[in-house]
Design a binder for this molecule. Structure first.
Ligand code: KG4
Ligand code: ZN
Length: 347
């Protein structure tokens, strides 16, 4: 019997809908919200309003492309947590209303677990157990994944997420939000060895990015002369701007290189401790070309098999919600209509 699932993702500023049949993605539509650009970050209230405007056309498009109608859907899935509560509410209420009206089962999906399971969309997949480095705007985690429905976080950031490290650096450089993709672009033409930023010494498999952020702030305040706080070395605003303008690719490449080495050194440690040889990445930051390249090179050196979702499944999308829901459907893991969204969520 075929199992066809309609999934909705609305945890942050992307409204997305996808249809999957028997674990194969038939459609994946994403409406990006450009309204936040001028504010330098996502404005929660504007995000929920944009979700309300986008959700019907996006679901329609996903159904049409998959050549489906609502009657041929076997279950409705949605992102239940974590995320912005107003944004999550739109997707949750929409999914619940559809499930009630159509009398179909409802499946609640954890957004971060779905990022990991995005690695099961492609034909070539990791074998269980595998490790996944999940790097997004709000999270940085190393996940030990035993099955599509059983996974645990074995390392995570104690302060900023990797995506925040990219976005906050971009802000300091005067680049618009979200800055991660722009740093990636400039870094491609830069010398990563030119400037040195510190690697934090955090015990175990946890990460920290707040020290790096401070070091970049001092480095720019001093126009590259030092990344230690020194009042007397402070330069004028014009000198700082000129330094950034003249050295942007090298600064971006050096910062990106340090973020990548912080991430991959912990993944190496996790692989050694667990003995796992299949290593994946997921989340928005896994779209970073430097990280993708470095993971592949590290994999060759360490004897790992490495897996990276295609670009459209790295940043927020409903296809990853649909595929996770498919595995939950197989386990009869359904939600009832009393389910509510949660901004934070335990695994
Ligand atoms: O997973 P995601 O789409 O949304 C969250 O759940 O947070 O991740 C968004 C994050 C942002 O911080 C964005 O700057 C970062 O992913 N990002 C990148 C790249 N593309 C997106 N960071 C570095 N390089 C990229 N190419
Ligand atoms: Zn995400």
């Amino acid at each position: 019997m075929d199992i066809t699932i309609l999934a909705i993702e609305s945890s942050c500023d992307e409204t997305s809908a996808s249809v999957c049949r028997n674990g194969k993605i038939l459609s994946n539509f994403i409406a990006n919200q450009t309204v936040h650009e001028k504010y330098g970050g996502v404005v929660p209230e504007l995000a929920s309003r944009a979700h309300l405007q986008n959700i019907v056309p996006v679901v329609d498009a996903a159904l049409k492309t998959a050549n489906c109608n609502l009657e041929s859907i076997d279950a409705i899935a949605f992102t239940q947590a974590p995320g912005l509560i107003g944004s999550l509410l739109v997707g949750t209420q929409f999914a619940k209303s559809l499930a009630l009206a159509l009398d179909k089962p409802l499946i609640a999906v954890h957004h971060m677990q779905a990022h990991v399971i995005a690695n099961l969309i492609a034909e070539e997949r990791p074998a269980f157990p595998f490790l996944c480095l999940t790097v997004s705007g709000g999270h940085t985690q190393i996940v030990f994944c035993e099955s599509p429905v059983k996974m645990k976080v074995i390392g995570e950031t104690i302060d900023d997420a990797a995506g925040e490290a990219f976005d906050k650096t971009a802000k300091l450089l005067g680049l618009p939000y979200p800055g991660g993709p722009l740093i990636d672009k400039y870094a491609a033409n830069g010398n990563a060895q030119r400037f040195k930023f510190p690697e934090p010494q955090i015990p175990g498999l946890n990460f920290s990015f707040s020290g790096l952020k401070t070091s970049i702030l001092y480095f720019l305040q001093n126009a590259g002369t030092t990344n230690v706080y020194k009042e007397e070395f402070k330069v004028t605003e014009e000198e700082r701007k000129k330094f950034i303008e003249e050295n942007l690719p090298d600064i971006c490449a050096s910062v990106q290189d340090r973020i990548i080495s912080i991430l991959l050194n912990k993944v190496k440690k996790a692989a050694k401790e667990t003995g796992v040889k299949d290593v994946c990445i997921a989340g928005g930051v896994s779209a970073n070309s430097g990280l993708r390249k470095a993971l592949k090179e590290t994999g060759v050196k360490m004897g790992w098999r490495t897996f990276i979702p295609s670009f459209e499944y790295c940043t927020d999308n409903a296809a990853m919600i649909a595929i996770t829901a498919y595995y939950k459907y197989m386990e009869n893991d359904f939600a009832d209509l009393s389910v509510s969204p949660s901004a934070r969520a335990e695994w």
